[in-house]
Write a protein that binds this ligand. Sequence first.
Ligand SMILES: [Ca+2]
Length: 176
Amino acid sequence: MTLDKEPFQVTPRTTIGAVLSQRARPLRWLVKALTAVLLLLVAPPGAEAKKQETVSLTVRVDALRNSKGVVQFSLYNKKGSIPDEKFERFYRQKVMAVTEKSSWAVFENLPKGTYAVTIHHDEDRDGKIDKGIILPTEGVGVSNYDSIGLTNRPNFSGASFKVAADMKKSVKIIYF
Ligand SMILES: [Ca+2]
């Protein structure tokens, strides 16, 4: 007897598969059906594509004149929605704390698109832009605008920017 040969050879026909094919045909169908169900649960169709369609936008403001109150960050996505001094036309809004004269907000799960942002340093936390006779007595700001005036009134076209991927945007605070 030589050692390079196995004691006996197992042919495919004597394996478990062969036994299943003869005695447990219904069981094989059940296994196939369960496998199909599991695959559907693990990988729902289109999940990956959906995940890539939304982005996050971080808006930041620095150089506030003090650390009082909160900052209202308002996000806009429609033409004609700015100016919006009474906050009636925003798409989303976040009210954030002030830390060492800075504040920021993260808008998550946004559809890719064109957006504009306004900020308001609400020092007395009443949700309103306090005003003197004409001009605001609390700080305000609009994306893309370094100054605001009668000849430089903000609108959506001037304030908007494309958000095609996760990004950060700084907005200047203006005190009159
Ligand atoms: Ca206020």
